[in-house]
Ligand binder design. Structure first.
Ligand SMILES: C[S@@+](CC[C@H](N)C(=O)[O-])C[C@H]1O[C@@H](n2cnc3c(N)ncnc32)[C@H](O)[C@@H]1O
Length: 208
């Protein structure tokens, strides 16, 4: 299996959002974090031969990371058509061997019906932190619970009790978790400095 750092290098060419919309929390998942998530999923046997679905795929970063690790198929899904065009261009740049289906749809309405036991969801959903819509990620988790055998999701700091109780209530189990820090470049008016340090949490949930 190629290394995590090789994957991060391949993903470094993924371009960010052209005109990011703050209301949809459009920022690019950093390549290092995407590589960490996908490499961990691959080590767990959750990528190769699986259907991988990226909910809220934006620039395609997570979908493209998965596409580089021999899945059966990959779907990248976003509610906004603009980043889907960027994701298509990013697919050409990355040159992944597995083609990705880019789909415009609302991830919170469980728009797909794949065989759950062969399906892995990866996602960096909106957190709801800026819109007083705390746990906007809940509806993405509901979709993951209904379509996937396993999911990998990125949440904001302090989400552990929310994620664990949601998972318990929906018949899943958190099997792995890690904390990560990354810098977000200034891109919205409410950002007060050139870079904003974010602490995030990543969870692997087994829904089977
Ligand atoms: C934090 S960004 C994800 C970034 C993406 N992983 C990347 O690296 O580009 C959240 C994404 O969720 C999308 N989104 C927000 N609400 C959505 C919804 N209801 N259904 C589908 N996508 C949604 C946004 O358009 C945005 O692209």
């Amino acid at each position: 299996m190629p290394t995590k750092s090789a994957l991060a290098q391949q993903l470094a060419v993924v371009a960010g959002f052209d005109n990011p919309r703050a209301s949809l929390e459009q920022y690019r998942t950093p390549p290092d974090l995407a590589a960490h998530l996908v490499h961990t999923a691959d080590l767990q046997g959750d990528i190769q031969g699986q259907t991988v679905i990226d909910l809220g795929c934006g620039t395609g970063m997570l979908a493209l990371g998965a596409a580089l690790r021999s899945p059966a198929r990959v779907v990248g899904l976003d509610i906004d058509p603009a980043p889907l065009s960027t994701a298509r261009e990013n697919e050409r740049k990355v040159g992944s061997t597995t083609p990705v289906s880019w789909v415009r749809a609302d991830a919170t309405t469980a728009p797909l019906c794949p065989p759950a036991e062969e399906t892995t969801v990866v996602m960096n959903p909106p957190f709801g932190a800026q819109s007083d819509n705390e746990h906007a990620d809940r509806r993405f988790l509901e979709t993951a619970a209904s379509i996937a055998g396993v999911s990998y999701s990125i949440h904001n700091e302090g989400s552990q009790s929310f994620v664990e109780s949601f998972t318990d209530d929906n018949g899943g189990e958190v099997t792995h978790a890690f904390e990560t820090e990354f810098d977000l470049p200034r891109q919205f008016d409410f950002h007060e400095s050139d870079r904003q340090a974010i602490t995030a949490e990543v969870y692997r949930i087994d829904w089977s």
